[in-house]
Ligand binder design. Structure first.
Ligand SMILES: Cc1cc2nc3c(=O)[nH]c(=O)nc-3n(C[C@H](O)[C@H](O)[C@H](O)COP(=O)(O)O)c2cc1C
Length: 172
């Protein structure tokens, strides 16, 4: 079973989440490709696609929304999972998901969307980003929950395996 993990990440932390998901699915026995969303030119060969984006100012990154718009019809024929990384802090901020998340689930026919805590390192930010995070008093630190991320990868692996057993049984 071929799986694509694709993502959009501005400062690298979402890319690292995607990489961990890719590695865990590989270890579970799947053929998994990892590609930034703006480099994906074809998804025909994949049975399942996992799409992730960092959230900035209430928006998914354009590379991922563009990919979804380009391949919306094809994505509907595959098993799709969405994840975003964004909220930060021990009392995660912001609380609400961007409204576009529901729309993207519908467009892709995704099994589900999962939100993961992100990372904020002020030293990597540009002037405008630093200003926004200062005004919003956004907490700094790496809040990514690797156990939660790996549990989600494990759940996807189990779901894919069950669906391939079911489709093999139905063709017998
Ligand atoms: C300028 C700025 C705006 C942000 N806006 C949001 C937001 O609206 N919602 C959210 O959940 N996270 C927001 N974040 C947090 C980022 O999504 C988080 O830091 C994420 O882990 C960054 O991922 P990346 O390293 O892959 O770019 C913002 C971060 C910055 C620097």
């Amino acid at each position: 079973m071929n799986v694509l993990v694709t993502y959009a990440s501005k400062h690298g932390s979402t890319a690292q989440i995607a990489d961990v998901i890719r590695n865990d699915l590989r270890m579970a026995g799947f053929d998994v490709a990892l590609q930034p969303a703006d480099e994906v030119t074809n998804i025909d060969e994949y049975d399942a696609v996992i799409l992730g984006s960092a959230i900035y100012v209430g928006q998914w990154q354009q590379a991922v929304t563009d990919l979804i718009n380009r391949f919306a019809e094809t994505l509907k024929t595959k098993q799709v999972w969405l994840f975003s990384s964004g909220p930060i802090g021990d009392d995660p901020f912001p609380k609400e998901m961007p409204p576009i998340t529901e729309e993207l689930i519908e467009k892709t026919g995704a099994v589900e969307h999962q939100s993961f805590l992100g990372k904020l390192d002020r030293s990597t930010l540009g002037f405008g980003e630093r200003l926004i995070t200062t005004v919003l008093r956004a907490p700094e630190g790496d809040f990514r929950d690797w156990d939660a991320i790996r549990a989600w990868a494990d759940y996807i692996g189990r779901t894919l395996r069950e669906s391939s057993v079911r489709s093999a049984a139905s063709t017998d």
